[in-house]
Ligand binder design. Structure first.
Ligand SMILES: [Zn+2]
Length: 258
């Protein structure tokens, strides 16, 4: 059927697999999917690495909130060089390795040394009387694939709320190129929520008087605004007005320029 066209490659799509708009490993709301007649199998599989980049960025938050991994597997942190997090009989456990040599983690798995890579986490151990403390900072949003993955969620949401025919429009060529091939530069505005709860939600797209679209959604405790217009007119407008709109909320646009 001619209406079965993939919103990404604009080729025939008649797959049976549903595409989860929010990665399952972060907790996709039930039914928040696109059918195989809207996202072809090749694109569903081929863009999965962008979902992984999004999952990786939120791994600590999802683990702390006890969100199961894909296919109901228990929560875990597995994609950090020097950190492993698992659920054990007596609760969650995290091992950090700050040594220059590999060690064995609490669950018996191999734990790589700290090498200072972007996926490594630098933990600081301090002792306060009888209490030992671990503190650590996790860099966020540095990975370009993460930005493409966030843009993918926004564009898929547009197709979900407003229909695939709109998403197939040439007006979104640059969005498709950025998500599929990493071509061009697109920006995402993010704010951290005030409540710090773990919750995922997506709101229907915003449409400007000139017919441009933007999608806002929340993943874990971070809220995103993704501008789907060719010229990124929303982002530029919001950057100018953000201090007034968002007040003292923490906000920034990604990528952060050096
Ligand atoms: Zn496709």
């Amino acid at each position: 059927m001619s209406s079965d066209i993939c919103i990404w490659c604009l080729q025939h799509a008649n797959g049976k697999d549903e595409e989860h708009i929010i990665p399952e490993a972060l907790g996709c709301p039930p039914g928040f999917v696109l059918p195989g007649t809207v996202v072809c199998r090749k694109c569903n599989n081929g863009l999965a690495n962008l979902d992984s980049a999004v999952i990786d960025e939120f791994d600590f938050r999802a683990f702390m909130a006890g969100v199961p991994k894909k296919k109901g597997r228990p929560p875990a942190i597995r994609s950090r060089g020097n950190v492993v997090g698992t659920i054990e009989k007596d609760g969650s456990a995290i091992s950090f390795n700050m040594d220059p040599v590999p060690v064995t983690a609490h669950d018996g798995s191999y734990l790589a040394p700290y090498r200072g890579s972007t996926r490594d986490v630098r933990a600081k151990f301090t002792r306060d009387g009888d209490t030992a403390r671990i503190s650590f900072d996790i860099p966020f949003g540095q990975n370009r694939k993460f930005l493409r993955g966030i843009t993918k969620i926004a564009f898929s949401s547009l197709a979900y709320f407003l229909g695939a025919p709109l998403a197939r429009s040439p007006a979104f060529s640059s969005v498709r190129r950025f998500v599929k091939h990493g071509a061009g530069n697109r920006h995402v505005l993010l704010t951290s929520s005030n409540d710090n709860c773990y919750s995922n939600s997506v709101w229907p797209p915003y449409i400007s008087p000139s017919g441009d679209y933007a999608v806002t959604f929340r993943l874990t405790s971070v809220e995103f605004l993704v501008d789907l217009s060719e010229e990124e007119s929303f982002i530029r407008m919001l950057q100018a007005k953000a201090p007034r709109f968002l007040g003292d909320k923490n906000w920034c646009t990604l990528p952060i320029k050096a």
